[in-house]
Design a protein around this ligand. Structure first.
Ligand SMILES: [Zn+2]
Length: 314
């Protein structure tokens, strides 16, 4: 299985178009310790020929342009992208669908709750029904995502998309609004969890033994955006657990066996984006990698070589 990180930033990207927080300022000023990042999408393939996208960031066009494996082949209309899976209805995960029009058939997988959000918004009808198959998926039921790769979604504590919020918002609900994805090719197991409000026992059990986990790296500290003077919300209020602290994700992963631990969906205020920063070094000491656009997770690494059964039809 090959997995390419097409985009590794949280909503807003890095640097964000209207931000001069301390970390964005380094990027605007050309400091070599930071590199630009687009919003989070990944591509996965078993054979390098047929690919699935997990989430469609607003920059999906430039992300596809940047990765030769995703370029059209032959002559006329073609794409190696056979399917798209959505983990929630956040703008930074669905807006890229609008760039995948042009009468190109593919399969669009999402929970019924996420399909409802997209179905209720006529602008997404540019993905004409009859050309793009909108397929419902259910937690706990593995399905063929793309040739040789099975996917299974699972609930992750989180919240609904910001633009759907009404009144008091529950920020750590487990349901179909925010899900993680387990990807399997019969040998490897990769987990993609770009948003997570809270570590639960069920989540720990699923993560333990994975070959790689790509995990919510939105904020280093819960009050980071407030401290940077660019927002009033804590990470928790946005549905994201911090990396650091006693209740942070680095602590939550202690004792879990994971082949590669990779933070992605990194907010532009997060100092782990800076090479050599104390926060980056602390994350690295705890065994974490910080994702960058174009990073590839290949097949040379593994925690286990036990073969994992694929569902029929994969
Ligand atoms: Zn910023």
């Amino acid at each position: 299985m090959r997995l390419v990180v097409l985009g590794s930033a949280a909503g807003g990207g890095f640097p964000q178009w209207n931000c001069r927080c301390p970390v964005c300022s380094l990027a605007w000023d050309g400091d070599p310790r930071v590199r630009r990042r687009t919003q989070t999408s990944v591509a996965v393939s078993a054979d390098g020929e047929r690919w699935a996208l997990v989430n469609a960031a607003p920059e999906i066009l430039s992300q596809i342009q940047a990765v030769p494996a995703l370029h059209p082949r032959g002559s006329g209309r073609h794409t190696p992208v056979a399917s798209v899976l959505l983990t929630n209805a956040d703008i930074d995960h669905v807006a890229g669908l609008l760039s995948l029009r042009e009468a190109q058939p593919f399969s669009l997988h999402a929970t019924p709750a996420i399909h409802d959000v997209i179905g209720a918004n006529g602008v997404f009808d540019v993905l004409a029904r009859g050309i793009v198959d909108r397929l419902p998926v259910a937690p706990g039921a593995p399905f063929p995502l793309v040739d040789g790769v099975a996917a299974e979604i699972f609930p992750v504590p989180g919240k609904i998309a910001l633009y759907l919020e009404r009144g008091e918002v529950e920020t750590a609900v487990e349901g179909e609004q925010t899900v993680g994805v387990e990807l399997r090719d019969g040998r490897r197991r990769i987990l993609f969890i770009p948003g997570c409000a809270l570590m639960t026992d069920a989540l720990r059990a699923r993560i333990d033994g994975a070959d790689a986990v790509l995990f919510d790296g939105t904020v280093w500290r819960d009050d980071e955006m407030i401290a940077a003077g660019v927002g009033a919300k804590t990470g928790r209020r946005m549905g994201h657990m911090a990396m650091s602290g006693a209740d942070g994700s680095m602590a939550a992963f202690e004792g879990l066996r994971v082949g590669r631990k990779v933070y992605l969906h990194i907010n532009n205020t997060n100092p782990v984006l800076i090479d050599g920063s104390p926060e980056r070094r602390a994350a690295e000491r705890a065994g974490w990698e910080i994702a960058e656009d174009g990073m590839e997770i290949g097949t040379e690494w593994s925690l286990q070589d036990d073969r994992i059964a694929l569902p029929a039809g994969t």
